[in-house]
Write a protein that binds this ligand. Structure first.
Ligand code: DQA
Length: 147
């Protein structure tokens, strides 16, 4: 059975409370439940994790090549700063979809720079929690065509 990793970065544990005007009122637990239901319906494995720690996210990406067919990554603010995360993705042979709840291209200038985009197979942003569902479909479609 295919298994995918959904990896969430800093401050996403505060979804629901955090800037609801930008990120909505859905919590990360709600999103996790939605992803798990979808994975169950699609008969795929899914692991859903969140960490505020850049090193922990990097460690998880390193291990993913042995355990998962692909990664959906919402790297939060590390998207705009972390060459280390970019290098981690470039170092493993696992396809990564970059995901954001908000449309990072319609916000502050600094959010338009992504260190994840050059090493991702694609980017989904601006669709709120529904983006996670879109990302699962996109990753499965990519895996069907490329593995
Ligand atoms: C985010 C966008 C980032 O710019 C921000 O730092 C986040 C959340 C999003 O999901 O819209 O933490 O990744």
């Amino acid at each position: 059975m295919k298994s995918i990793l959904v990896l969430n970065g800093p401050n996403l544990n505060l979804l629901g409370l955090r800037q609801p005007d930008v990120y909505g009122t859905v919590t990360l637990d709600n999103i996790k439940a939605q992803c798990e239901t979808k994975a169950h319906d699609l008969k795929i494995g899914l692991e859903f994790l969140q960490s505020n720690d850049e090193g922990a996210l990097i460690d998880r990406i390193h291990k993913a090549s042995a355990s998962h067919a692909g990664i959906i990554l919402n790297a939060g603010a590390y998207t705009h700063t972390s060459i280390a995360l970019m290098d981690a993705i470039a170092s493993v042979n696992v396809p990564v979809i970059e995901l954001h709840l908000s449309n990072i291209h319609a916000r502050e200038e600094f959010r338009k720079t992504s260190y994840i985009a050059p090493v991702a197979i694609g980017q989904i942003c601006g669709f709120g929690a529904y983006g996670y569902s879109l990302a699962i479909d996109a990753l499965l479609s990519y895996l069907e065509q490329n593995t």
